[in-house]
Design a binder for this molecule. Structure first.
Ligand SMILES: [Zn+2]
Length: 260
């Protein structure tokens, strides 16, 4: 599968993505032109119907498969106000990632949906998918498809923090201790909101989405590869920040791709 053009949709409330640098990185990596556009739902001039559809993808019961939610006026208003500047709130809302992906797909005009055109939208919305193996929803940093979604909230919330962090956190809460001290103790062991390392990490997720489009295999089993599907923050930091490169197998796939 050869891509002739990639569209990237920014999430302006997370400037740490550094979208123009990401576009240059993708062009260098794949030798393909990349066009940067502003926030997806403001670029495609979304209306109240779009806001209603997005609000209906909210997940309220993480232990059950997706059921269309009938949104309240307040929820629709929230989505409508979030089109231009989708800043994250303290209350994290879960959205079904595949349902969200369908809404994004429907908004892209058909002339931009050819198979050699790839779209990748950033959002602060927390995309989740239902896993039939353990019968529950899990947060996802990336929904691989075309269009693909990278959730900046998913990058921070989906891969788990170190086990010791949770143990000490429970202890601290039971003792009434301040959690800021705990965060200082573990600083650098997991990503935080507006983390300076996000620019590096989004490169890995963008590559996962693009490799999936090219090869139909999104992730790598090697913890030494930027395409590794990390379930722990420590593995994410190791693969995407400390190493930040493809394994030999995927490097070969890339080189073959560029020659064809
Ligand atoms: Zn690999």
């Amino acid at each position: 599968m050869k891509i002739s053009k990639i569209f990237l949709y920014d999430e302006p409330s997370v400037p740490e993505i550094q979208i123009n640098d990401l576009a240059s990185f993708i062009t260098e990596t794949f030798g393909v032109p990349v066009q940067v556009r502003k926030n997806f739902f403001s670029y495609f001039r979304s209306d109240r119907e779009t806001a209603t559809r997005i609000a209906s993808t909210r997940v309220f019961n993480p232990q059950a498969p997706f059921e269309v939610h009938v949104p309240t006026e307040e929820e629709i208003n929230f989505e409508e106000e979030s089109f231009g500047n989708n800043s994250s709130s303290d209350n994290i809302v879960l959205y079904d990632g595949f349902e969200l992906q369908k809404i994004i797909l429907d908004k892209i005009p058909s002339e931009e949906l050819s198979i050699d055109t790839f779209h990748l939208a950033f959002t602060t919305r927390l995309s989740c998918t239902y896993d039939c193996e353990d019968n529950r929803y899990h947060g996802r940093a990336v929904i691989c498809s075309n269009p693909s979604i990278v959730s900046t909230t998913g990058i921070i919330e989906a891969p788990a923090k170190p086990r010791a962090y949770y143990l000490i956190m429970q202890h601290s809460i039971s003792q009434g201790l301040n959690l800021d001290t705990l965060k200082d103790k573990f600083r650098g062991k997991f990503l935080e909101y507006h983390d300076k390392n996000l620019a590096q990490v989004v490169r890995g997720y963008a590559l996962q989405a693009i490799f999936y489009h090219i090869t139909s295999e999104p992730f790598c089993d090697s913890k030494e590869c930027i395409l590794y599907n990390a379930h722990w923050q420590e593995d994410l930091i190791h693969a995407q920040i400390e190493l930040g490169k493809l394994c030999e197998y995927h490097q070969r796939i890339l080189e073959t791709y560029k020659k064809t």
